[in-house]
Structure formats: structure tokens, C-alpha cells
Design a binder for this molecule. Structure first.
Ligand SMILES: Nc1nc2c(ncn2[C@@H]2O[C@H](COP(=O)(O)OP(=O)(O)OP(=O)(O)O)[C@@H](O)[C@H]2O)c(=O)[nH]1
Ligand SMILES: [Mg+2]
Length: 364
């Protein structure tokens, strides 16, 4: 039986949620003798400044634009261009392409075998039909982890950022601060990376850029105490969201992993449910090692959601499928570049469309 699939247009988009009305005002500052709070008040962005800065920004880049350079996208594009006929050689090369892109053996084998069976039954009249099916199959594997984060359920909603060194935790906090402010939420940041003075400054720069206060103490301070103080401040000021930075740590360093457990314990004294989300940041260029990182951080500190960064760079892209296959953890956001608007809510269809070639020409 022949089946025809209509290829959907490449969906780039899910417009960013925009402002609800904003709310919170700074109120009495509570007793935080040792903490420094940068920034005066927690207030929504002024509509004027927002409009001007929006107008000055270049247009938001599409998922395809950002993902086209990945080994996955280039591999698939080359594959469909080179193979006019859907035969075993095509499927073998597809298999290699998926494995090389870090999709993982289990998912790749399952996916290619399903396609092989259908090619055998001559279900695909042409490469376009197979491409459409491949798209559906890939989207289906990512859909279960496409679960946007709702920060509206608690006030303040406490987000704890964790991950190994250099994956993009602090940058992602800056991007999230921008996003939440744009949604009209009041935000407070906690400089919980007390290892390096530069880490505090980096967070303060993002805070200043987004007009968001930062609670910090000197470097060398106890991370849990900074974050505890920040939660007290967030409560007293009626902030909507508190985002806490932490130092990068290897998942194998048990002492440092204990520090995260301590942060959790200490926060729990103020709010038994805090942190409401422990976001594990994964560098998309890491490949299969990402699986070990997620397992360790999930088991030791109960990471509840993922952010996969740097998918715009040399990332192969396939790690998203490996993560979705291995864990049921929601992928909340993906980093498609270094600018604030390059952090996107994860959208399975937009991601897959960004990886697949648009047109195949006249393959038959
Ligand atoms: N291309 C690209 N670069 C990113 C992305 N996210 C973060 N980066 C870059 O990655 C580098 C490290 O980012 P940080 O935010 O400092 O990483 P970190 O996890 O806080 O690092 P430590 O605090 O040292 O553990 C910076 O140069 C960021 O600009 C992304 O989505 N795409
Ligand atoms: Mg950092």
C-alpha cells in the first residue's frame, strides 16, 4: 500500500509569551546584614524601554538558521541529495548519520528498522514521503519531553541551576531573567557560585542588563547561605521568580555534589517545596557523556528539568534524542546562541524541522 504524507512547512515558531501585567513592588528590605543586593527595586520593565530595545534588535533567528550547521542537519541534507533511490544503501547511510550525530544506538536501530520494513513494502513513493515519515518519527521521540516550565505555580518560584563547568549555567540564567522580565515577572538572582569572584561579576552584568537585582556575598562565602538569604529577600520583596546560580562541578566530585544537597536542605527550611525546579544544564556538544551527567545529577540532587545549550555551534544535535530515550526528564529550554533571545522553549517540531532539509528536488 502506498502512503502519502504531506510535508508540513518548516515551523519556526512559537512566539514567545509576552507580558502579562507585571506586578511586584519592592517592599521593606529584610535584615540581610551580610548580603549585597544590586539594583534598586524589583519592578517590571518599562514599556518604553522595552519597545525601544525590541525595535533595535535584529529579527529573531529561526531554528533552521541556528541548527543548519550541525553535523546532523548537514548529514541528512547530504544523504537526501546523494541518494535518489530509497534502497539499502540509503538506509545504511541514514543509520550512520544518526549514530554519528549522537542519536544513540538504540533509537537509531529502532528507527531505521521501522523505515527499512516500510521501504521493503514499498510504502514510500519517493524520498519526500520518506522524509515526511522520518520527520514524524523524530518528532514523536521528542514530544514526550517537550514540557514547558510553568513558573506561575509558586511565589517566589525557585529555580536552581546546576551542571558541570562551562556548560552555560550563568548565561542561561541571564537569558531566563530577560525572558521572565519580558513576561512581566519580577525576578531576583542569587550568586550561588562563590568559587570565583568573576562568577559573581558575570551574574551582576546580566542582572544590570535586565534591570534585575542580584543577591551576592564575597567569593568564598557559603553557597547555601547566599541562596538562603536570596530566598528571604525574594519573599520579603514579593518577587515572582528567584534564580540561583551555582558553581560548575563534575558529577563525579562527591564533595561538591553534597554542597548541592545542602543548598536543597537549607532552602527546604524556608519552603519545603523549594527549589521548585532544579534545572540541569547540558552542553549540547558533549555527546554521549551527557547521559552520565544527567544520571548522576538526577540521582544525587534530583534534577527535575533540562536545558541543552550550544546547539547552534559544533553540537551534533542528536543528543536530544538520546536524552529523550534514556530519561523522562522534561527538556525545558534549548540554547541556540549567546544572545538572550537565543534561549528558546523546547519545541520538538521546530527542532526537527530545523535539522531536516526543506526540499529534496526531484528524487523519485
Ligand atoms: N554558542 C552558544 N554559546 C553559549 C550558549 N550558552 C552559553 N554559551 C557560552 O558558553 C560559555 C560558558 O557559559 P557560562 O554561562 O559561563 O557557563 P557556566 O556553566 O556558568 O560556567 P561555570 O560557571 O564556569 O561552570 C560562554 O562563553 C557562553 O557565552 C549557547 O546556547 N550557544
Ligand atoms: Mg557560571
Amino acid at each position: 500500500m502506498l502512503k502519502f504524507w504531506k510535508k508540513k512547512p518548516a515551523a519556526d515558531v512559537r512566539p514567545d509569551a509576552t507580558s502579562a501585567d507585571a506586578a511586584t513592588q519592592a517592599s521593606a528590605h529584610d535584615a540581610l546584614a551580610s548580603a549585597v543586593v544590586d539594583g534598586e527595586a524589583i519592578s517590571p520593565p518599562s514599556p518604553d524601554t522595552q519597545a525601544t530595545s525590541e525595535a533595535a534588535r535584529p529579527a529573531k533567528r529561526s531554528w533552521r538558521e541556528r541548527l543548519a550547521g550541525s553535523a546532523f542537519a548537514r548529514g541528512l541534507s547530504a544523504l537526501f541529495t546523494r541518494h535518489p533511490v530509497l534502497d539499502d544503501a540509503f538506509l545504511d547511510e541514514l543509520e550512520t548519520c544518526l549514530i554519528t550525530a549522537d542519536v544513540g544506538i538504540a533509537t537509531t536501530t529502532e528507527l531505521v528498522e521501522r523505515l527499512r520494513e516500510r521501504v521493503g513494502k514499498r510504502e514510500f513513493p519517493d524520498a519526500n514521503a520518506l522524509l515526511a515519515t522520518l520527520r514524524e518519527e523524530l518528532v514523536a521521540r521528542l514530544k514526550p519531553v517537550e514540557k514547558p516550565l510553568d513558573v506561575g505555580g509558586h511565589k517566589p518560584f525557585v529555580l536552581l541551576m546546576v551542571g558541570v563547568n562551562g556548560v552555560g549555567k550563568t548565561t542561561t540564567i541571564g537569558k531566563l531573567a530577560w525572558r521572565f522580565r519580558k513576561e512581566g515577572r519580577s525576578v531576583l538572582l542569587a550568586a550561588g557560585d562563590t568559587f570565583r569572584a568573576a562568577a559573581v561579576e558575570q551574574l551582576q552584568t546580566w542582572g544590570a542588563r535586565n534591570d534585575v537585582p542580584v543577591v551576592a556575598q564575597g567569593s568564598g562565602a557559603d553557597s547555601a547561605s547566599v541562596i538562603y538569604d536570596a530566598l528571604q529577600t525574594a519573599r520579603s520583596r514579593g518577587a515572582d521568580v528567584l534564580i540561583a546560580d551555582t558553581a560548575g562541578r563534575l558529577h563525579t566530585q562527591s564533595g561538591l555534589m553534597d554542597e548541592l544537597a545542602k543548598i536543597r536542605r537549607v532552602l527546604g527550611k524556608l519552603d519545603a517545596q523549594a527549589p521548585h525546579e532544579a534545572l540541569l544544564v547540558i552542553d549540547g556538544t558533549t555527546g554521549q557523556n551527557a547521559i552520565h551527567q544527567v544520571r548522576q545529577f538526577r540521582d544525587s540532587i534530583g534534577a527535575s528539568g533540562l536545558v541543552v545549550t550550544k546547539l547552534d555551534g559544533t553540537a551534533k544535535g542528536g543528543v536530544m534524542f538520546a536524552l529523550a530515550h534514556e530519561f523522562a526528564l522534561p527538556i525545558r529550554y534549548v540554547g541556540l546562541g549567546e544572545r538572550a533571545e537565543d534561549l528558546r522553549e523546547f519545541d520538538a517540531a521546530a527542532f526537527v524541522d530545523g535539522l531536516l532539509p526543506t526540499t529534496l528536488g526531484n528524487h523519485a
